[in-house]
Design a protein around this ligand. Structure first.
Ligand code: CMC
Length: 441
């Protein structure tokens, strides 16, 4: 039963002769939650919520999502405004520091990012020893945790030192990403340049070589900036929750982010952008038949899902997908490219959105549906798409990790479980000793 009294709203029920009373808490946008912290103490019960579908793990002031209305805001700013008006570095600052930078703060931040963009020379040797076919996400995660061995001062928790660690990570991640690409194509590493801005620098490190200068195209830089902004944060998704959970044990920022990168890699999460383009390629090889893929995705026994479709929170069009679609159209038009994949994507979207299976389940394109086509147009290889997602998501992970660390309500993350294994049993009387089992082989 739901009641309201002087101290606020609460929910009340009785279980096993005990009366249980739990407060209802309200967020700034009116969302409500039952605060179950005392549930076990009052009732002896725990909650069971596989996939944490109904579980809020924290209060957060970073990102607001309304999945029914397709709203996404970072620190109160609508994603549409940020994509239109900001550079990625400004949005990173907004997420990490809580407010958009003033002009002098912006310049100072850029300056710091430039100053910390190199990686220790000894780390270059690490790249040489990975096999040629190593997936860049594995390299990225391993290199991020390796940073903690080169920059041990992060063990101090002063604000100033933390700022340096944060800036280092933001800056070095794109250098690591570009170096891992250079290694995979057998070209020499290109160092970051203090003359270039964040995204320009990344593109230059990726695509220039001693024999070919990379011609920076402002429209391509802008598209990259916008894509990174679209990925910058998204509440308590799988990788962000991983970052928070690892951080909750007291592990440092590099360790937490390295774990977040691993979580992002999965095909149901950030790995979906690679999966989408591979799906488009299969459709093209198959003569462009989108119906076949839709039918396959609807068949439960196929084990196949329409990649880039569906979302835990959005039950309407993902606002990031809408923006990415526009960026995609604009960039391809600018580059004068007619793209077979864009054509497939649009036909697939149109058909799926008219299909009862997708309508009934509220399945719409998500952020990953169009981004791969853009990355490909920029020249980024398919196996690096999820690395791009990671570069974009990094400020969000950092902001969430810092918020978690400062949150006095938080404790080490430690869910419970409902045990469903065997009852207690003993050796003898039908039980086996391990040695008996081994000799029975
Ligand atoms: N294709 C076909 N059926 C789907 C799809 C899909 N892409 N997504 C969900 N469904 C079905 C699912 O089979 C289930 O059907 P039923 O109710 O009959 O059992 C229903 O829709 C609900 O799905 P769910 O698995 O309970 O939903 P979820 O919230 O646990 O999963 C998701 C969300 C994103 C993992 C899922 O939609 C999915 O696998 N999508 C494809 C992978 C993808 O694009 N991932 C990127 C997500 S956005 C970026 C990010 O967060 O990284």
């Amino acid at each position: 039963m739901n009641r309201r009294e002087h101290g606020g709203e609460y929910i009340e029920f009785s279980y096993d002769g005990r009366s249980v009373r739990l407060p209802i808490v309200t967020g700034t946008e009116g969302d409500k939650a039952i605060d179950i912290r005392d549930l076990r103490k009052q009732s002896g019960l725990i909650t069971l919520d596989p996939g944490l579908v109904n579980t809020g793990s924290c209060r957060s002031g970073i990102t607001y999502i309304d999945g029914e209305r397709g709203i996404l805001r970072y620190r109160g700013y609508p994603i549409e405004d940020l994509v239109e008006n900001c550079e990625f570095v400004e949005v990173a600052y907004l997420l990490v520091h809580g407010a958009l930078p003033k002009a002098d703060e912006r310049e100072h931040f850029s300056d710091l990012l430039n100053r910390h963009s190199m990686i220790h020379e000894d780390m270059r040797n690490f790249f040489r020893n990975y096999p040629e076919h190593a997936h860049p996400m594995a390299v990225l995660s391993a290199m991020v945790i390796s940073l903690s061995t080169f920059y041990p001062e992060l063990e101090s928790s002063s604000d100033e030192e933390m700022d340096i660690t944060v800036t280092r990570l933001l800056s070095k991640l794109r250098t690591i990403a570009a170096f891992s690409y250079k290694k995979s194509v057998g070209e020499p590493f290109v160092y970051p340049s203090h003359r270039l801005r964040y995204c320009e620098n990344f593109l230059n490190m990726m695509f220039s070589s001693p024999v070919v200068d990379y011609q920076i195209d402002p429209k391509v830089v802008r598209a990259l900036d916008q894509l990174l902004i679209l990925h910058a944060d998204h509440g308590q998704n799988c990788s962000t929750s991983t970052v928070r959970l690892v951080g909750s044990s007291g592990a440092n920022l590099y360790a937490s982010v390295a774990a977040g990168i691993c979580a992002l890699w999965g095909h149901l999460h950030g790995g979906a952008n690679q999966g989408v383009v591979e799906m488009f390629e299969r459709i093209i090889r198959d003569g462009g038949n989108v119906d076949k893929v839709i039918e396959l995705a609807k068949r439960k026994d196929s084990g196949f899902r329409l990649m880039g479709f569906g979302h835990r929170v959005y039950k309407t069009y993902d606002p990031r997908a809408r923006l990415a679609k526009k960026v995609c159209h604009d960039l391809l038009e600018h580059l004068g490219k007619s793209d077979a994949m864009l054509d497939i994507a649009m036909r697939l979207e149109e058909k799926a959105l008219k299909d009862d299976y997708f309508i009934e389940r509220g399945l719409y394109p998500n952020v990953d549906f169009y981004t791969g086509i853009i990355f490909q147009a920029i020249g980024i290889p398919t196996n690096m798409f999820t690395v791009m997602f990671a570069i974009g998501r990094l400020p969000g992970w950092i902001a969430q990790w810092l918020e978690h660390r400062a949150d006095r309500e938080q404790k080490i993350g430690r869910p419970r479980q409902l045990y469903v294994g065997p009852h207690e049993h003993h050796f003898g009387g039908g039980g086996h000793r391990p040695s008996e089992r081994a000799s029975a082989k």
